[in-house]
Structures are given as structure tokens and as C-alpha cells.
Design a protein around this ligand. Sequence first.
Ligand code: BES
Ligand code: MN
Ligand code: ZN
Length: 499
Amino acid sequence: MKISFAEFDPSRRGAIVVGVWEGGELTVPARRIDEASGGAIARALAASGRFRGRKNDILAIVGPANLAAGQIVAAGLGKPASVDARLLQDLGGTLLAHLNATGESEAQFAIALDDGAGVEPAEAAANLAFGAALRAYRFDRYRTKEKPERKPTLAQLTVTGRDPDAAERVYRRFAATAEAVCFTRDLVSEPANVIYPETLAEQAAGLAGSGLRVEILDEDRLREIGMNALLAVGQGSARPSRVVVMEWRGGPDGAAPLAFVGKGVTFDTGGISIKPAAGMGDMKWDMAGAGTVIGLMRLLAARKARVNAVGVVGLVENMPSGTAQRPGDIVRSLSGQTIEVLNTDAEGRLVLADALWYCQDRFKPKAMIDLATLTGAVIHALGNVHAGLFSNNDELAERLLAAGTAVGEKLWRLPLAESYDRAIDSDAADVKNIAGDRGAGSIIGAQFVQRFVNSVPWAHLDIAGVAWSKRDAPTVPKGATAFGVRLLDRFVADVYETE
Ligand code: BES
Ligand code: MN
Ligand code: ZN
């Protein structure tokens, strides 16, 4: 779908979308179209038993008189005071889905708020377009026999307003974000026979250039360095493990970078502690943390973020085989700490242990944030609404919470405490990778990860409940969500790029 910005043209074909305030008052473009069509909108509003102009209210008026347009779509805006960027993104997404289902191939969003409401018109137009771009994502490259009538139809979306050039300028940044989000969604959606450690590393390597450095560490190198915990997870797989290091230097020379670390288990069978068959296919997206870090680094480079940042992703496939690690194995991690692996399905924490240690040791970051589909338990605690946030630093936690609220990728902070940490003391080694059956599984996972973090401000996002969605949301079609790309981009911009 192509998105462009132009002045409103009531004589165009396709669909014309206009805004209506709660209570039924028409916006300026709505009034124009109402007059041009002999009062079609006013009549339809009066006749509708449902449409009140509340947000999410949509009313299609098909075949209006005196217009080339095939339909007018009235979109509820709610009350002027409650219109903000997020509402406009959601509206853009919801309308896009509606239009794609109606068979229209072109449409104008004549909603931009030239007449009141708190959002600047160019910002409003760009946010509408952003929402539509995010919702237009579709992972359909393997659907070779799809019926044409089930395919999305909208090919051209024009967002109108008085100053299209200004809207276009604002949108440029949003477009880069949407591209990074869609890139991450692709990586996460690809099956594990296509995306495995080597190919995911190649995807990251493909982003190198224009200031983004990408380095791939192969198994020989990982062994040399001593990343044995990560290697132990991958040792049962025919696919060799990889670690990818991505560096973006957009800040002052020598300034300590921000670090992002991702769990990249390209498929998690559980290993010898094998998972049940039902739903195991979901474990193709157990690399969502890594996919998000890679997409974020792409975005920071694309928009030339004024910050130094590194991304480190640990890429492994967790398989059962004659070479797989066994429950009870003890491995020496890069940190020097020994780990008793009592459950081979608690593998993400082994990957993070080495990736985090390597990252803080090599880059001395000023803050380090990891993302991981780490525990099923976080779904019991927070469902598919909030990701779990753990941190050793209140200020960092507050800033992440704020960024999440701003972009609509919500976090909920959960505790870390010594009384939980005691549960992973091992009789045979320094630490064991599960606690046994004492509940608080997500906290236990976070405590384990924290054993591999020194005094750097650190946060851990457990995204197991939010990385994949089973139903459509306004700006997130069902499937891979790319949760974290927008959040961390916002976090970087708000916290580190303001002078
Ligand atoms: N990748 C899973 C966590 C997961 C579960 C992600 C469901 C997304 C949806 C992780 O590696 C795992 O298997 N965790 C175990 C930990 C347990 C063995 C302590 C779990 O949550 O059951
Ligand atoms: Mn697992
Ligand atoms: Zn896993």
C-alpha cells in the first residue's frame, strides 16, 4: 500500500473518510462532503441506530449522490479533548482494516484536524498514516492459493490536510519506524526452517552499512571467548549457534553506549526436557527478543539517532538429540559462574547469561536492557496485555514505563528480591537454572538473569505474553507484534536524545 499526503479533493473516486465528533457534529471536510452529496451524511447519521461519533464508531455510506467516490466513511473521533496521537494511530489502523475489507482500492483520509482538537494538523495526518501503515502489515509470502476476494484491496491511501508537505515531513520518521516494525514482524513470523541462527545472523548482517557495524561471532569464536552456557543450549542442534553484535555510533565519540540484548532461540523444543506437542509451533517466535533488538538497531541507524547504541543477540536452536545437554549438566558460563542445568527448557536464561555478560564486559554500557520471551509464567501473571519489567534501577524502570505508556506497549514492573534469589542456589554449582516448584516463575527467571549483571543499570523485559497476538488490535494485526521496537525507540529519543 502506498501512502501519500495531499490537499483534500472531494471529486476523487474511491472512499472518502471524514471525521464526526461525538454527538454528531461534523468536521469541516465532513460538512463539505455532506453538502456536495445532498446531505447524505446527515441523513445517514440520523438513520443510524448505532453511530454516535464515539471513537471506533464507523458508518459507511455506499453510493452517495453527486460524487465520484464509491463510498463515504464517517469515522467517530470522540470528544475533541480526548484526541491525541495514540487515538489517531488507532483510528488510522481501524479504518485501514475496514477499507481493506470493503474492496476499495483507493481512499482519502480527510480527517486531519484543521478545525480544533489538540493535535497539530501535520502531526494528526502523520499519526493517522502511521496507524494505517502498522495495520497494513501482513505476513503472506507463503499463501500461494489465497482467494483474491480475501486479499486486502487498498493500494493507495491519501491523507489530506491543508499543509501536505508538513505532514509528509513529520511522517518520514514514522515511516522509518513502521519499516523497522514490519522488518521485526517478518523475522519473528518466519518459520524455524527458514530463520535459524545462521540465517537470522545474515539478516542482521544485511543491515550493515551507513554507520551500522555488524559483527557475527561463530561457534569457534564463542568457544574461544568462553560462552559455554549459550553454546550448551545450541549443542543438540544441527544448526550452529551465533552471536551478533550491532553497533550504532550516533552520539559523542567515546561516550558509553546504551545496550540492548535479545534472546534469540530460533526454535525452542525444550530440549531433552521436551515440551508437549500442543502449541509447540509457537516456539518459532522464541527469538522475538532478538528480532526486536535487530529491528531497533535498524531504526536507530535509519533515523540517525544522536546516541551510541549496541545490540547483542544470542542465537541458538534448542533441540533434543544425542549431542543435546542433559538435565543435571553443569556448565561454566562466560562470567566464570557455574550453572547446574536442571531443566533444559529454561534455556533462554542461559543464552542471556552469556550475552549480557559479554555485552557489559566489552562495551561498559551506561544502561543495559534485555528482551526475552523468557517464561510462560509471565502470561499467567499479566496475560497478553503488559510485558513484565524487572530492573535494578528505579529511574530506568520509570523511564521505560513512561515510554511504554506513550506508545501503547505497556509494561508492568514486578519485583526482584533476595528471598527469590535464594531459590536458585545450587548444591552442585553456583546457581541452578530452575527453582523447583515454588511459583513466581517470571521473577525466578529474572533473578537468574540478574546473577549475570554487575552494577550497570539494567532492565529485563519478559515479552512472552506480548510478542505474538492471537487477535487483531488497531495498529497490530494478529501475529508477530514487534513489541518493544516502538517502546525502546521512544525511550532512546525521550531520555537520551534531548539536549
Ligand atoms: N520460551 C519459553 C517461554 C515461553 C512460553 C514463551 C510460552 C512464549 C510462550 C521458555 O524457554 C521456557 O520454556 N520457559 C519455561 C521455564 C521453566 C522450565 C522454568 C516455562 O515457562 O515453562
Ligand atoms: Mn524453553
Ligand atoms: Zn525459550
